[in-house]
Design a protein around this ligand. Structure first.
Ligand code: ADP
Ligand code: MG
Length: 257
């Protein structure tokens, strides 16, 4: 059997914020093209892991390693990671007054491609194609980034970014949070649309709920409690979480330490 190429490898990862240990030895691997779900209660360290994977300097890696496509990226800058094809959809996308969605996308696409500039026309055409495929109104690209955007618009905009930046691996941090059923479906369909175009795209989807996973059909589910993966399994694990809650897993965390 040929081992699938590993897109993302997380090895014994420890991380701290303001001197407080948050991640206490996280281990898992995601092969190219697979969807893995990361579930866990509030405060378990899910967003911390997302930030560490993207190299946010507020989060200090105290031990362990992150490999992306075989390369140790533990100490690379966020820009270098993005240029290599790692993408993060934020739990709380920030407002950037004065920067339009269009100019943001144009710049981000240029960084990803390692070129100085994308032609305005080329960017417009690509945006038109993807807003159409994602069922979005493309006029919103003239607005300032996330300013006055509804929850659904912010999250769809993250998916638009994912589509245009053509990443090899995407980390989606609670892309489903704060969405009503219709917006959730739109986002779920949008992710499916991007996967259709990029079958080798690996995705780590961070979520509280099973409902997002109805759209994404994860290959593997990991449960994070107190900064450690306490259980990994198939999609049925997400259903078990839904039925039993995270407390059942808290106990198994205690018994392994
Ligand atoms: P989750 O996403 O699973 O809800 P987080 O990773 O956001 O959890 O938070 C895990 C813990 O780390 C929490 O106790 C939180 O208060 C702390 N934490 C996360 N980010 C920061 C930060 N930037 N500054 C201080 N504490 C943080
Ligand atoms: Mg979070």
């Amino acid at each position: 059997m040929v081992t699938a190429e590993m897109a993302l490898e997380i090895e014994d990862l420890h991380a701290e914020v303001d001197g407080n240990p948050i991640l206490n030895g996280v281990n898992f691997k995601v092969p190219a093209g697979e969807v893995h779900a990361l579930m866990g209660p509030n405060g378990s360290g899910k967003s911390t892991l997302a930030n560490v994977l993207l190299g946010n300097p507020a989060y200090v890696v105290s031990a362990g390693k992150v490999r992306f496509q075989g390369e140790d990226i533990t100490h690379l800058s966020p820009g270098d990671r993005a240029a290599r094809g790692l993408f993060l959809g934020f739990q709380h996308p920030e407002e950037i007054p004065g920067v339009s969605v269009f100019s943001f996308l144009r710049q981000a696409m240029a960084i990803r491609k390692g070129i100085d500039n994308f032609s305005v026309l080329e960017v417009r055409l690509k945006i038109m194609e993807w807003t159409k495929r994602l069922g979005m109104d493309n006029r919103f690209t003239e607005r300032y980034l996330n300013e006055g955007f509804s929850g659904g618009e912010r999250k769809r905009n993250e998916i638009l970014q994912m589509a245009l930046l053509e990443p090899d691996f995407a980390i989606l941090d609670e892309t489903d949070s704060g969405l009503d059923i219709d917006a959730l479906k739109a986002v779920g369909d949008g992710i499916a649309e991007v996967r259709k175009e990029r079958p080798d795209l690996g995705i780590l989807v961070i979520t509280h709920y099973q409902r997002m996973l109805d759209y994404l059909a994860p290959d593997v589910v990991h449960v994070l409690v107190d900064g450690q993966v306490v259980r990994s399994g198939g999609p049925e694990l997400a259903q078990q979480v839904e039925i039993d809650g995270f407390d059942a897993f808290r106990n198994s965390a205690a018994s392994t330490t």
